[in-house]
Design a protein around this ligand. Structure first.
Ligand code: COS
Length: 382
């Protein structure tokens, strides 16, 4: 039984406690799913999460626009991740892929959210390129103005949901100024002429991932999300919301690893007594519990700060992501150690957590980038 005492922290309201309990019940009934065909599994997960109402939290309601509730996003990701990493992925990408629309979309663009919130369309966030992942401002992809249209040329890579998404929020250089001030964001339907899936990418915890090629992809000026030249700020604002949720997913993985470990060390006998009686094992358990609680405090501090009206939570979100993902890796590594051979056996939950957690320290800003972001905020006095 997972520790739910954190739900009584002052960051939460009753609606959050109800959401977490209801989703946990849903997860018990519906997860984990079969991962053998990740494309099919993700599509089915999105359809089911939409049908059962969970995706309503992933993007704003176009009929009653309000701000995204980051605490709900985090609670949902934490809970899904505790039960099934692919379910967390499916939910998260519906949020990240539509984040620019939720925050900056026109009335017409908001219309897409009816479909993504119902699980009837899949979205993707297309920022990284072969030569610019951490250094966003160095991107090469261009969007050249041609009358009332833009023509996109270049490549995007590591695009989650690449290959199965119905549309992509794509960042490209429009050239209003050099570097970060010359980028813009576009809503590009997956069936646009010239948009090709160049390569599907296999990773240690499989999920839909691709490299995309844009060969003279023509979109109307209505496809702009936000102002021309404001693409960098659009991307960073989306990441400010979703980075804490990556921390929340890591927290879900870590909590599951801790729970599995508690069962293991109580049941498994070593030197004539349960492992739990060995002080060296207790040391591991204590460190794991401490890391989980500290991560939860940082994640929900960031979410609460955003939800209570802070204009920017760049520092809080970066701290939450950095700490929760790095510490989840440590927690899961200890869980593997305490599970012995089972911990590295294919198909064991702890083995899959060990693979699932690694990418979270890289995507949406690597741990090293989070340190840069935090240091800059501190040095700027913010
Ligand atoms: N919200 C709003 N505006 C922001 C912002 C944020 N979180 N962060 C930066 N900006 C603004 C800055 O204020 C600055 O504007 P002004 O000059 O008007 O003040 C502008 O954007 C440029 O910012 P900065 O000079 O910090 O840009 P850099 O190119 O130096 O940014 C980092 C470097 C590392 C912070 C940035 O590129 C980054 O976050 N990289 C990681 C990206 C990432 O997560 N990649 C993974 C892909 S998604 S899976």
């Amino acid at each position: 039984m997972p520790d739910t005492s954190f739900l009584h922290w002052p960051f939460f309201e009753d609606r959050h406690r109800e959401l977490a309990a209801a989703l946990d019940n849903w997860c018990e009934a519906n997860l984990p799913v079969d991962h053998s065909d990740v494309d099919a599994a993700c599509k089915a997960l999105v359809a089911k999460l939409g049908q059962d109402g969970w995706l309503k939290h992933s993007a704003i309601d176009p009929d009653q626009p309000a701000v995204l509730d980051v605490r709900s996003l985090c609670l949902i990701r934490e809970t899904l991740a505790r039960h099934d990493g692919l379910a967390d992925f499916a939910f998260a990408m519906q949020g990240l892929g539509t984040g620019a629309i939720s925050l900056f979309g026109t009335t017409e663009q908001l219309g897409w959210l009816r479909k993504t919130r119902a699980g009837q369309a899949l979205s993707a966030f297309a920022l990284s390129e072969p030569k610019s992942g951490s250094d966003v401002a160095a991107m090469d992809m261009t969007a050249a103005r041609d009358g009332n249209h833009f023509v996109l040329n270049g490549e995007k890579t590591w695009i989650s949901n690449g290959g199965i998404a119905d549309f992509y929020c794509v960042f490209a250089r429009t050239g209003e100024a050099p570097g970060a001030k010359g980028l813009s964001c576009f809503l590009v339907p997956a069936d646009a002429d010239g948009l090709n899936i160049a390569e599907r990418l296999e990773v240690i915890a499989p999920h839909p991932l691709a490299r995309l090629e844009f060969d003279n992809v023509r979109v109307s000026a209505d496809a702009l999300i936000g102002e021309p030249g404001q693409g960098f700020k659009v991307a960073m604002s989306v990441l400010d919301v979703f980075r804490s949720t990556v921390g929340a997913a890591a927290l879900g993985f870590a909590r599951r690893a801790l729970d599995e470990t508690l069962v293991r060390v109580r049941e498994r006998e070593l030197f004539g007594a349960p492992m739990a009686e060995l002080q060296m094992v207790q040391g591991h358990v204590a460190e794991m519990a401490l890391d989980v609680d500290a991560s939860a405090l940082l994640v929900y501090r960031a979410a609460w700060t955003k939800d209570t009206g802070a204009a920017r939570v760049t520092r809080e979100a970066a701290m939450a992501k950095l700490h929760a993902t790095d510490k989840a890796q440590d927690v899961i590594d200890r869980a593997v150690q305490l599970h012995g051979g089972d911990g590295v056996r294919s198909g064991h939950i702890v083995e899959s957590l060990y693979r699932e957690i690694r990418a979270l320290r890289i995507y949406e800003g690597a741990s090293d980038v989070q340190k840069v972001v935090i240091a800059r905020q501190m040095l700027a006095g913010g």
